[in-house]
Design a binder for this molecule. Sequence first.
Ligand code: AR6
Length: 178
Amino acid sequence: MKHEFFGVTVECVKGNIAAQADMDAIVNAANAMLRMGGGVAGAIHRGAGPGLEEECRELAPIQPGQVVITGAHNLPNRYVIHCLGPVYGKDEPSDQLLSSCYRNALQLAENNRIRSIAFPAISTGFFGFPLELATRIAFQTIFNMLPRLLIVRHIRFVLFSDADRQLYEQILDEFEET
Ligand code: AR6
């Protein structure tokens, strides 16, 4: 379901982050060295082809909360924005570092005139962040920025299971009511 806040469409879908052909940019839940890895990063690098790792080489390493932008190579998007999420319970303060990922990614999108951007649930896979807490941090950060966005007009959250998508919808409804 699509929601609209301050002229920006916000939606939560079930799907594969590497198959979002209608979005200008997709966000990678990267590793510090910006290599292939598993999960989201694996799917994105497989779709993009070896040119992505090549372009990433000189941008690595990155720190938790930091983001960098590259081309999308063989993927059907214009850009990939790579975020290093915090490892839950190790990279502290985890909540602030996760918030930085969303804030910095949106700022980078604005700076690169990106109108539509798709996010995965950063840090909630291999990095162990509890999904509900991570979802609240993601929405809180994005809602704080929405009134100031000038270029970004469409934010999509791409979740890997129906249960994850339903949790996102439920928390988004709570934000909508407040
Ligand atoms: N599309 C959308 N969501 C996905 C996909 C996909 N193709 N694959 C997994 N998810 P993760 P992290 C969900 O582990 O926790 C990597 O190996 C998944 O169910 O990709 O930030 C990197 O190389 C989970 O909810 O990212 C890093 O070393 C969420 O996306 C490390 O894992 C994030 O899972 C990053 O760990």
